[in-house]
Design a protein around this ligand. Structure first.
Ligand code: SF4
Ligand code: SF4
Length: 370
């Protein structure tokens, strides 16, 4: 993995959708100004130079494609300044797909963008949460975007499927739909902001058991379902767990710039508003080094139960934004996270053991030949 600074620019709070679980904050027509965007990029470039890193620029929202002209302006600005300063840069976007068209995809494919498309699986699963302001589901639009994306085989992409208490019971049919309509990797984004009751967690567990069977059969059929969480857990078993584990770099390798120019330590925290506990400076005053030092000193995991847990190096327990969502503290895990991580690790281990015993060619190709 490249050593990079993740620079996220939230181009607008506005959106074409009104998803029930949206954490992007108030959806009013409020775009980032060019001045804020340029100052944010300058801060990112200075940080990259200071720490000897490249920059991954990510456009985020709201729906960033509402600000297509601003996005292209930022791209041109970053290209010019990164070249002047000798900083390596790559680009990505997270979009709901409603404003994707062939021309925009071609533009992004040409510039090697990583397109993260938010699509919650099947029509039934997706439309539970991802609706327009009039309550209509948006699945038809995102399915059309997914089909368009397949016209660009070199385009880097990933599907993002949010799983929350309201749609988790449709998880398997959602993954099945995605597998049939998209040949890329999918990340299940579990909703850590919501309360999950015990009954809902049990129901989610049953869906995950069924998903494990589906994944096993997909490997046996030579057409594996690719899901980031499970693959990550398999990697963490195959490699030295401490090495393979992604340690959260909150406050250090992530810089998210809100529409108004405030700095956040992670893109997933921008929606909390301008909470002084979470922001660390802005494009005008620069990075607040005292706050940054606090993030670096505080991040990690201070949950006593985790200290002796044998899964601690394979578990998401150090993820600052996930912890913040679940407990309001960047270094304390929630019971939901703990239960879910145990479940995902168990699933990954069972799946890997069976496929190893069967010497499954697709599994060996995926995990031992790269
Ligand atoms: S598409 Fe994204 S930004 Fe828009 S409402 Fe849904 S979650 Fe929020
Ligand atoms: S599985 Fe639970 S107890 Fe173990 S490290 Fe993860 S969060 Fe902590």
């Amino acid at each position: 993995m490249r050593d990079t600074l993740q620079l996220t620019l939230c181009l607008t709070h506005d959106c074409t959708l009104r998803c029930a679980y949206c954490y992007a904050g108030r959806k009013y027509a409020h775009a980032m100004t060019r001045e804020v965007a340029e100052l944010g990029m300058e801060t990112g470039l200075v940080e990259a130079l200071r720490t000897g890193r490249g920059v991954d620029v990510s456009f985020f929202g709201g729906e960033p494609l509402l600000e297509w002209d601003l996005l292209r302006h930022c791209h041109a600005y970053m290209e010019r300044r990164a070249a002047e300063l000798g900083v390596a840069v790559r680009y990505g976007i997270t979009t709901n797909g409603t404003l994707l068209d062939r021309e925009r995809l071609a533009w992004m494919a040409e510039r090697d963008y990583l397109v993260g498309l938010s699509v919650d699986g099947s029509p039934e699963m997706h439309n539970v949460n991802r609706c327009y302001a009039d309550g209509q589901g948006s699945h038809a639009a995102v399915a059309a975007a997914l089909a368009l994306m397949q016209e660009f085989p070199t385009l880097r992409s990933r599907g993002i499927c949010v799983v929350n208490p309201a749609n988790h019971h449709l998880l398997c049919e959602g993954v099945e739909w995605l597998h049939a309509h998209y040949n890329g990797v999918v990340g299940l984004n579990f909703d850590y902001w919501s309360e999950w009751s015990d009954a809902q967690f049990d129901s989610l567990s049953r869906q995950l058991d069924a998903l494990q069977v589906m994944m096993l059969e997909s490997y046996r059929a030579g057409n594996p379902i690719r899901e980031e969480n499970i693959e990550g857990k398999i990697w963490s078993a195959l490699r030295d767990a401490e090495q393979a584990c992604t340690h959260c770099t909150i406050g250090e390798q992530e810089l998210a710039v809100s529409v108004d120019g405030h700095f956040f330590p992670c893109s997933r925290m921008v929606g909390v508003g301008d909470d002084p506990q979470i922001t660390f400076g802005n494009v005008y005053s620069g990075i607040d080094r005292a706050r940054q030092a606090w993030f670096i000193a505080t991040r990690g995991n201070a949950t006593p139960e985790c200290r002796l847990c044998e899964l601690r190096h394979r578990c998401l327990n150090t993820c600052g934004c996930t912890n913040y969502a679940g407990t309001g503290s960047i270094n304390r895990v929630s019971p939901f996270l703990c239960n879910l991580e145990q479940k995902l690790i168990e699933m990954a281990d069972d799946l890997a053991e069976t496929l190893c015993q069967e010497a499954n060619p697709a599994f060996i190709q995926r995990f031992y030949c790269c």
